[in-house]
Design a protein around this ligand. Structure first.
Ligand code: SAH
Ligand code: SF4
Ligand code: F3S
Length: 468
């Protein structure tokens, strides 16, 4: 019987994408996926450090691995990801979690097979974390979660140093993948049946990949004026991706408002496959707080971007990230955030309570907001967001929307689930007549296809529909 692995992933899509690489590597080494982390011969924990909550969840899971480790001394526990780029966490692992066998960081994922082989064959412990990033490794394996939709990383790292954020310290400076690497990956995905791609980067708007001199871009070279060595902007990259046969949906995240160009806005009007959806984190509505956060835009500029996006693409769905309780946030500052939310009317929003991150400039700010004030503002903000979402959801009632069918609903195995162009989840049923019309024998045959769905019940957080 072959040995098994499980990967627990915390954090953002970058980490999810890295875990796909790690899974691909483990499968290449002969390991099979095990659905339960406590039962796997190899358990990898890919950590996130963006908020204290993420740190805590990791230690909770790691604690649960102690007993199985004692029962099966042959198990191998590996820890990687953003927390491991901080020495304090490595020290804690060494002191309190002796069952951890391998620690590596975000910059040396490509070395995982080599490190793992050493740990497995010699049964010794290894800690190997690089302080700095090298060039992006290409050609690594990946075990993707879905055959029909895929993450494609276009850049790594972040140069923005928002004062609250740990990411620039855990992921290093911005590095761009060469455009031909991105395009050839997407072409390969398309050839194997992928319909939707999500381009990933901490700030995709500052993408500036340098065209190589190999043959990967030949067909696009004349049209886009791409001489070897030319810099490709994000909108140019999107225009090239839009041509790739078979890719029906393109999304990206995350966009930083300070770098959102008119050219990118124009893409929403021009490109056939670009989903009418953008995630544009605002973080706060108060100009004073935005300045203290080092975001390099003010609320007027942000609202202007929203107007431009809606002018180019009237039904674009807009989502955001927001932080409440940043150091020094007053009631008045907070009310500016509420005001901005009411002006933008987001389709969805991820809201966070400010969490102090060691080593960031905001940690040293003296006027930290008391916990109960942060929580109270958080609840008030959510109320406003939900009120708007509820009003907006009603607009989907009776609409017929294209849905990429992804699988069966987790709560009801008789119901399919999929996503709209705006990235909302829809649970849907398929009538016998619809099955006849599609020439299929069971609803399952629709998985991986984009089909029209009539919305019969539109609720704030969920849509229910029927295949038509
Ligand atoms: N690069 C992306 C975001 C990456 S982190 C961007 O700039 O938009 C995802 C979100 O986590 C951020 O948008 C922010 O809202 C939130 N976040 C980051 N650091 C945080 C902290 N210290 N406390 C609370 N929320 C934080
Ligand atoms: Fe963090 Fe700001 Fe970089 Fe986003 S842009 S990852 S919030 S530092
Ligand atoms: Fe977390 Fe690292 Fe992403 S800190 S949010 S996993 S880049």
């Amino acid at each position: 019987m072959s040995k098994t692995y499980h990967i627990v992933t915390f954090g953002c899509q970058m980490n999810e994408r890295d875990s796909e690489t790690l899974a691909g590597m483990l499968e290449d080494m002969g390991y099979e996926y095990c659905p339960e982390f406590r039962d796997a011969d190899v358990c990898v924990l890919n950590t996130c450090s963006v908020r204290e909550h993420a740190d805590k969840r990791f230690f909770g899971v790691l604690g649960q691995l102690k007993n199985p480790h004692e029962q099966f001394p042959g198990r191998i526990t590996c820890v990687c990801g953003c927390m491991m780029q901080q020495q304090v966490h490595i020290d804690t692992l060494k002191a309190k979690y002796p069952w951890v066998d391998l620690v590596f960081g975000t910059h040396n994922i490509a070395d995982f097979p080599k490190l793992f082989a050493n740990v497995a064959s010699e049964r010794r412990k290894i800690v190997d974390v690089w302080k700095d990033a090298g060039p992006i490794a290409e050609g690594l394996p990946a075990k993707r979660e879905y055959p029909f939709k895929a993450y494609v990383s276009i850049m790594q790292g972040c140069n923005n140093f928002c004062t609250y954020c740990i990411v620039p310290y855990t992921r290093g400076r911005e590095r761009n993948r060469a455009p031909e690497q991105v395009l050839s990956e997407i072409r390969q995905l398309a050839a194997s049946g992928t319909k939707e791609i999500m381009l990933l980067g901490q700030n995709v708007n500052s993408y500036a990949g340098v065209a190589g001199d190999d043959s990967g871009l030949q067909d696009l070279r004349a049209e886009f004026g791409l001489e070897p060595g030319a810099r490709v902007t994000f909108p140019q990259l999107l225009r090239m991706i839009d041509r790739i046969e078979g890719i029906e949906r393109v999304r990206f995240m995350t966009s930083h408002p300070k770098d959102l160009s008119d050219d990118l806005v124009q893409c929403f009007a021009d490109l056939k496959h670009l989903c009418k959806q953008i995630h544009l984190p605002v973080q706060a509505g108060s100009d004073r707080v935005l300045k203290a956060m080092n975001r390099h835009y003010d609320s007027a500029h942000y609202l202007e971007l929203i107007d431009k996006l809606r002018a180019a693409c009237p039904d674009i769905a807009i989502s955001t990230d927001m932080i409440v309780g940043f150091p020094g946030e007053t009631e008045e500052d907070f009310m500016s955030t509420i005001e901005l939310v009411r002006k933008v009317r987001y389709d969805s929003a991820f809201t966070f309570i400010y969490s102090v991150r060691k080593g960031t400039p905001a940690e040293k700010m003296t006027d930290q907001v008391p916990e109960e004030v942060k929580h109270q503002r958080f609840d008030r903000l959510l109320d406003v967001i939900h009120e708007i979402q509820e009003e907006k959801a009603a607009a989907d009632q009776d609409a017929v929307l294209p849905v990429l069918v992804e699988g069966f609903s987790k709560t009801d195995p008789d119901v399919l689930t999929g996503r709209t162009e705006s990235n909302k989840t829809v649970d849907l049923t398929v009538s016998p007549q619809a099955m006849d019309a599609y020439g299929i024998k069971c609803p399952e045959d629709l998985i991986g296809r984009i089909i029209p769905v009539k919305i019969v019940k539109a609720q704030t957080f969920s849509l229910y529909g029927e295949a038509v």
